[in-house]
Design a protein around this ligand. Structure first.
Ligand code: MG
Length: 355
């Protein structure tokens, strides 16, 4: 097989601010694997979650070193290629894994969800994200989302550097705004590790009183963060979900006894193969699943969407906030996203890339 990757840049329509800062432009890579007249597509790029930081340049350099080593193999020789992919960083592995999976599905003429025997009708509504900002900005973002997708689930970012009082004002403004909407809306909270244990213990019951239905990653990432979650859980009346704390299968096993769910992301775990494994293990451990994204296009979210039938809390909204999404094929009806029906990932390039 022949592999290559091309850099491209995308822009968010509305910049996203979370507890660690704001992002507007996103540095990505289109990964292509060619063999036997079929091209498999994958996406990767810059990832920064505080404790884990990968630049697009570093990921591209890893892939440039990989391509000559993959040349002797066909894309469906998983066992031979596996050890080569195991040495890569998670985002580099994600890009190659998606292109290999896409090639495999295209070669067999089936979308991946069908090859895995999943029921596409089980995809639930995705949450849409409202970042940190002023009360006015949060209300405005909610109205933009209403006009675009009429969401039934909102993910509100908290952990503001302005402190808990500001966080509380954002929650109250959100609840008040949503009261005027025509159908009920679930409000999930994602603090992106912005609180310490005492703050989280104070906020969790208050958030439940306000009607919030879920609390994601309240505590910062630490090697012993499972102890914080063990202490917090008795004070948290709503499901407690980890995101930044869970990158590996080992993280999942460490945290599972102390939380209710995990936010899975392809770039964190290194592609679809590993994320499917982690989803199955998490289910066996009694956890519920969220499936999330970074500033991903329809290509990466189209790949993640293959897993949506397994997921209680879909969270794949990033492509809905891009100025020029270069890809198409991901289905959306209002706030319900479903994987494409075309073979592989079901996603095609819509127009030439702006490299
Ligand atoms: Mg999160």
């Amino acid at each position: 097989m022949q592999g290559c990757c091309r850099p491209f840049q995308i822009e968010r329509v509305v910049p996203l601010t979370i507890s660690r800062g704001q992002t507007h432009c996103l540095e990505r890579l289109l990964v292509e694997i060619r063999h036997g007249g079929i091209t498999g597509l994958g996406e990767t790029g810059h990832v920064d979650t505080g404790h884990h930081h990968y630049t697009r340049q570093a990921v591209a350099a890893e892939l440039a070193r990989l391509w000559p080593q993959l040349e002797p193999y066909a894309p469906d020789q998983w066992q031979q290629c596996g050890p080569l992919l195991a040495t890569l960083s998670p985002p580099a592995r994600c890009g190659v894994d998606l292109a290999l999976q896409d090639w495999w599905g295209k070669a067999l003429g089936r979308p991946l969800w069908r090859l895995w025997g999943l029921d596409r009708q089980r995809c639930g509504a995705t949450s849409v994200t409202v970042g940190l900002g002023s009360v006015v900005a949060v209300r405005q973002r909610l109205r933009q989302w209403f006009n675009q997708v009429q969401p039934s689930r909102i993910k509100l970012k908290l952990g503001s550097p302005q402190g808990l009082d500001h966080d509380r004002r954002l929650v109250q403004a959100t609840v008040q705004e949503l009261e005027s909407w025509p159908r009920p809306v679930d409000v999930q909270i994602d603090a992106n590790g912005g609180w310490d244990l005492n703050q989280a213990m104070a906020m969790a019951p208050w958030l439940a009183d306000q009607g919030a239905v879920l609390l994601e990653q309240p505590l910062p990432v630490a090697s012993n963060d499972h102890e914080g979650y063990a202490a917090l859980r008795p004070h948290c009346p709503i499901p407690l979900v980890v995101d930044e704390s869970c990158w590996t299968l080992q993280d999942l096993i460490r945290l599972a006894p102390h939380v209710d769910g995990v936010n899975l992301k392809l770039l964190k775990h290194g592609g679809l193969g590993q994320t499917l494994l982690m989803a199955r293990v998490a289910q066996q451990l009694g956890l519920r699943l969220m499936l999330g994204c970074y500033g991903d296009t329809s290509l990466l979210n189209g790949a993640a969407a293959q897993l949506l039938p397994l997921v209680q809390w879909p969270d794949l909204d990033s492509h809905l906030n891009l100025r020029h999404d270069p890809f198409l094929g991901l289905e959306r009806i209002q706030d319900v996203i479903r994987p494409g029906t075309a073979p592989g990932l079901g996603i095609q390039l819509a127009k030439p890339l702006q490299c």
